[in-house]
Design a protein around this ligand. Structure first.
Ligand code: SF4
Length: 354
């Protein structure tokens, strides 16, 4: 169940503190937030996750560069043979900060929300684009590989060709395109701006056109999948057995694991409904959460996925969707399972409730 490629990745959001307060921020991060995880807790988690087969760790936020123990954690991750990446708004990538981390990062992804005015509007900052762009020369000079992350809305697909040109001119190696989700700040500041199915289809067509035109000069990834793909590779979409406990290391069962700033460990993406959470790092270690996942939560996630797949199939026409987001929405809409909100490891409490 779950692997979507060779990479087994854990996304760590160590803090909700950020130097910006963006309109589309999924975690509602801002300069006023202070919630953060202790580095010792995260080091223990990384050790356990490496044992469970995870080979990449991605730090985002909040802004990971305002999290003071970042360098220490990156170094720890490299020391246990994990690959590392940062997702940053790019404004704080100055000399001193880069000095502390450059030897311990494999990839750097920066946000880019369109042309300068669009980027600054989305970021609620008149200097966001200019500052990020100025810092790119440091990355090139130091030979740090970087890419960009573009948030697709209902209204900004026309800026994608400009974004691609900017990526090429600046020496980026990749561009990820992620559809806006109606969560965090977007629920109030960008309500109704998530791309609908028609816009998503147009985005897919444009991306295919751009890929062909570029002939491999830029690695472009669009986080949308056509529903017909489920039949071709059901395992990738958790359409597996949900009657029996799952077997194997956690990374083979769940290829994306997320650690949120309050220590909650959730599957697939930030904000995934906590009924499916593995547990909280402040209560127990990852190694104590695994058997609960294998015995109950993993099969329940398979059951949820199969239910969503059936409902999409019954709806008729295929379409492009953001699978993880749809799965989370479906979990909230249906509440088909009566899983208690997780607070302790399943194998530490038979009831498993707070
Ligand atoms: S989207 Fe990123 S840069 Fe913007 S407030 Fe959220 S964490 Fe900070």
């Amino acid at each position: 169940m779950g692997p979507t490629g060779k990479t087994r990745i854990v996304q760590i959001h160590p803090t909700r503190k950020c130097n910006l307060s963006c309109k589309h921020c999924y975690s509602s991060s801002s300069p006023q937030e202070s919630e953060s995880l202790e580095p010792a807790v995260l080091k223990d988690a990384l050790d356990d996750l490496a044992d469970e087969g995870y080979d990449w760790v991605s730090f985002s936020g909040g802004e990971p560069l305002v999290y003071e123990p970042l360098a220490e954690l990156l170094s720890h991750a490299k020391g246990i043979q994990m690959q590392t990446s940062l997702v940053s708004n790019g404004m704080l990538l100055t000399g001193a900060r880069l000095d502390a981390i450059e030897n311990d990062i494999n990839a750097l992804v920066m946000s880019l929300d369109g042309k300068p005015d669009s980027h600054n509007t989305m970021r609620n900052s008149s200097r966001a684009f200019e500052t990020m762009e100025r810092n790119l020369s440091q990355l090139r000079r130091r030979g740090i590989s970087f890419g960009f992350l573009f948030t697709l809305t209902q209204n900004n697909l026309d800026e994608l060709p400009w974004v691609v040109e900017f990526c090429l001119k600046s020496g980026a190696s990749g561009l990820m395109i992620h559809p806006l989700e109606n969560t965090g700040n977007a629920t109030t500041q960008l309500s109704g701006k998530a791309p609908d199915t028609i816009e998503s289809t147009h985005a897919w067509l444009l991306v295919e056109h751009l890929k062909k035109k570029l002939g491999g000069r830029l690695n472009i990834q669009l986080d949308l999948i056509h529903t017909s793909a489920f039949e071709q590779s059901p395992d990738q979409f958790f359409l597996g057995d949900y009657a029996t406990p799952l077997q194997g290391r956690l990374a083979e069962l769940l290829s994306v694991l997320v650690i949120e700033p309050d220590g909650e460990v959730v599957p697939l993406q930030y904000g995934f409904p906590r009924e499916y959470s593995l547990g909280n790092l402040r209560d127990c270690r990852i190694s104590d959460m695994v058997s609960g996942w294998q015995n109950r939560l993993g099969p329940e996630l398979n059951k949820l996925s199969t239910g969503l797949y059936s409902s999409l199939e019954n709806a008729g026409n295929g379409c492009f969707i953001n699978w993880y987001e749809r799965l989370g929405l479906y979990a909230r809409q249906t509440r088909t399972v009566s899983l208690p909100i997780r607070r302790t490891a399943w194998n530490m409490s038979t009831a498993g409730v707070a």
